[in-house]
Design a protein around this ligand. Structure first.
Ligand code: SAM
Length: 156
């Protein structure tokens, strides 16, 4: 199984890239964590916010591997504990399907794209800045893996 984070936003500051790599490199090959950065639509394009989100949605959709389970990151989504995330991770691994986590850009994710996803996942009720979302998600996926494997990283 591969865990793919498809995130709108490129050329992130070094601290974002370092934090991402710190967690991604800890994941074992059967739970590999990969990032694909999606080019944001230029905010100077003269398009409406909806049109910009639709353009980003098309790029996100094109980056989803065939058969992957799609989960949209959204502050209005399902509230999961990390223990519950660990049990979902176990099920995803058993299914053998890749999982694609979609993270929106400054204006969020297109509504129709969200509807096509299997579920919406909330990391917090707060609106988080999009560069931080990929890092928090990577840490939570690593923590969920640690719970699944009784690794001492997670202390209950
Ligand atoms: C700056 S936020 C966009 C906020 C936008 N106004 C909205 O309504 O979604 C950018 C992206 O980060 C992710 N995000 C932000 N806060 C989040 C949270 N609390 N839980 C999960 N994802 C979040 C979402 O994928 C969102 O599309």
């Amino acid at each position: 199984m591969k865990l793919l984070v498809l995130a709108v936003g490129v050329r992130m500051p070094a601290w974002v890239q370092d934090a991402w790599h710190d967690y991604a490199r800890r994941m074992p090959p059967d739970c590999a964590l990969e990032l694909r950065e999606i080019k944001p639509e230029p905010r100077s394009s003269g398009k409406s916010v909806e049109q910009m989100m639709q353009a980003e949605a098309r790029r996100l959709q094109a980056a989803v591997p065939p058969q992957a389970l799609c989960i949209a990151l959204d502050e209005r989504g399902r509230d999961l504990s990390t223990a519950k995330l660990a049990s979902e991770l176990e099920q995803w691994r058993a299914s053998g399907r890749d999982v694609a986590f979609l993270v929106g850009g400054p204006d969020g994710l297109d509504a129709q794209l969200k509807q096509r996803c299997a579920s919406l996942l909330r990391l917090s009720s707060l609106t988080l800045p999009h560069p931080m979302v990929r890092v928090i998600l990577a840490e939570q996926l690593y923590r969920a893996w640690a719970i699944m494997n009784n690794h001492p990283y997670h202390r209950a």
